[in-house]
Ligand binder design. Structure first.
Ligand code: FUL
Ligand code: CA
Length: 487
């Protein structure tokens, strides 16, 4: 009787133990960052009087009367973005020229002074409504540098800027991002002064205060983007690419000789890679315009669908996000060429991801945590980011094989870590079964939110193997995809 009891207790304790999930490792994403990771690719719309001046940076002196986009259609822009696979839209509500695209109380330099909708328009609202109608998330960019405002450089301007954020935070529903550019100070119109003004980045904007007391309070779901974070960091270039190895963990670095990194003044050397031992979860956003400039210029052409796919692999495919600049023309529409390029790129993604060749395959892992099916490999192909495969603690080096029922062609593999457990994998390898032996076909480093491995030529095999060769703690993988990229 005693013996039976002991056995029962033993089995029970083992089952209990087997149900304990692994411990998280390192800095972890917040719920708002987790939601941001799921967006993966989004658009950033630049459209102000600067478009009508054919410039990249408006001086702040453009007559609001030139802002007359007679055919403006937020739905055309949003639908094109959606067709391009984008899942969010950030609208530049105010660029450096200071022109506000909503009827603000903070300055006369705003949309009500333009002919658009006879001075009764609110473009922020039109874009927000269109984004929500088509199921895209919405965010705003309100430039701190304001080349129009007479008060720029004084404390009075800071109050104006904060009030502009407050208006944007309270009138347009939940935002998924609040985007802050780093360009600051310099020459401008400044209410007619036409002079150069410089501000001290380290003190002038008091970002801590603006972000904790305004952004967090009024828009708790908004990810704050700036060159150094808080939630999302700049990748350090405007080419749309993260480094081959990308850590979501990061500690903002000050420039040489300075004590503290502040937005607009930092050392960006480690921004493309992040830092393995970074103190915070601050993943990179890779921003790049669809055309050469952020604003529309008639002599420029959009990137081709192939170029977009390549950028996608080098941003989203490295665990970062892609932020693609969209530039309506003076009609207020995206040009046919932009729409076509986006659509071909988006169709390609959609067709590629329509069939996950790993789903019907047999996935055999070297170990499943506690032999418990709640950690089994079926979780790798259930399209649910929460469920995952993981192993017992003594299986830091682990692997699984994907066995197809017949020889299968693929050229793209997608692997996601369950980042709720932190970013863990440091090195992995992929093998394919060829001539009765394993052949290594890829060596990789970081995974994080997602790793896309694209092969130059299709691989044909009956089975493939993924080996995790270096990780400080056991692997926790949420999804695996094996695909043949559509033409
Ligand atoms: C930069 C700005 O200076 C550019 O004009 C553009 O808005 C880009 C997205 O951010 O900081
Ligand atoms: Ca899953």
């Amino acid at each position: 009787m005693k013996k039976i009891l002991i056995v029962v207790l033993l089995v029970a304790s083992q089952t209990l133990w087997a149900q304990v999930p692994p411990k998280p490792y390192g800095p972890l994403p917040s719920p708002r960052q987790l939601a941001w990771h799921e967006v993966e690719q989004y658009g950033l719309i630049h459209f102000t009087p600067t478009t009508f001046e054919n410039k990249e940076w408006g001086y702040g002196d453009a007559d609001p009367k030139i802002f007359n986009p007679k055919e403006f259609d937020a739905e055309q822009i949003v639908q094109a973005a959606k067709a391009g696979g984008l899942r969010g839209i950030i609208f530049v509500a105010k660029h450096h020229d200071g022109f506000c695209l909503w009827p603000t109380n903070t300055t006369d330099y705003n949309i009500t002074k333009s002919p658009f909708r006879d001075g009764k328009g609110d473009m922020v609202k039109e874009v927000a409504d269109a984004a929500r109608k088509y199921g895209l998330k919405f965010g705003v960019y309100c430039s701190p540098w304001d080349r129009n405002n007479a008060a720029y450089g004084t404390p009075e301007y800071l109050a104006i800027y904060r009030e502009q954020l407050r208006e944007l935070y309270t009138n347009y529903g939940p935002l998924f991002m609040s985007w802050h550019d780093g360009a600051n100070g310099g020459d401008g119109y400044y209410g007619g002064a036409r002079e150069k003004r410089s501000i001290d980045n380290t003190t002038y904007y008091q970002w801590d205060e603006t972000w904790t007391n305004l952004t967090r309070k009024l828009q708790p779901g908004a990810n704050i983007f700036s060159d150094i974070g808080w939630d999302v960091r700049w990748v350090g270039n405007e080419k749309g690419t993260a480094a081959e190895t990308h850590w979501a963990t990061f500690t903002p670095q000050p420039p040489k000789g300075v004590n503290e990194a502040v937005p607009g003044q930092a050392n960006y050397e480690d921004s493309p890679t992040g830092m393995r031992d970074g103190k915070f979860w601050i993943p990179a956003e890779c921003d790049v315009p669809l055309r050469k400039g952020w604003f529309y210029h008639p002599d420029q052409q959009p990137k081709s669908p192939d170029e977009l796919f390549d950028l996608y692999l080098k941003s989203v495919g490295r665990g970062a996000a892609l932020d693609l600049g969209l530039a309506p023309d003076t009609r207020g529409l995206l040009s046919d060429a932009d729409v076509a390029s986006l659509k071909t790129f988006g169709d390609r993604l959609q067709k590629t991801y329509a069939v996950n060749l790993a789903r019907p395959a047999y996935i055999r892992a070297i170990n499943v945590r506690g032999y418990n099916s709640i950690y089994g490999t079926k979780n790798l192909v259930d399209n649910n980011p929460d469920t995952y495969w993981t192993t017992d603690e003594d299986f830091k080096k682990s692997e699984f094989t994907v066995e197809f029922s017949q020889p299968t062609d693929f050229d793209l593999i997608s692997i996601r870590e369950n980042i709720k457990f932190g970013q863990r994998v440091e090195e992995f390898a992929v093998d394919s079964w060829e001539n009765d032996a394993w052949k290594e076909i890829h060596k990789g480093t970081s995974i994080g939110a997602r790793r896309l491995i694209k092969f130059d030529a299709p691989v044909t095999t009956t089975k493939l193997r993924v080996r995790f060769t270096k990780t400080p703690e056991v692997v926790v993988l949420s999804e695996l995809g094996v695909y043949k990229v559509a033409e």
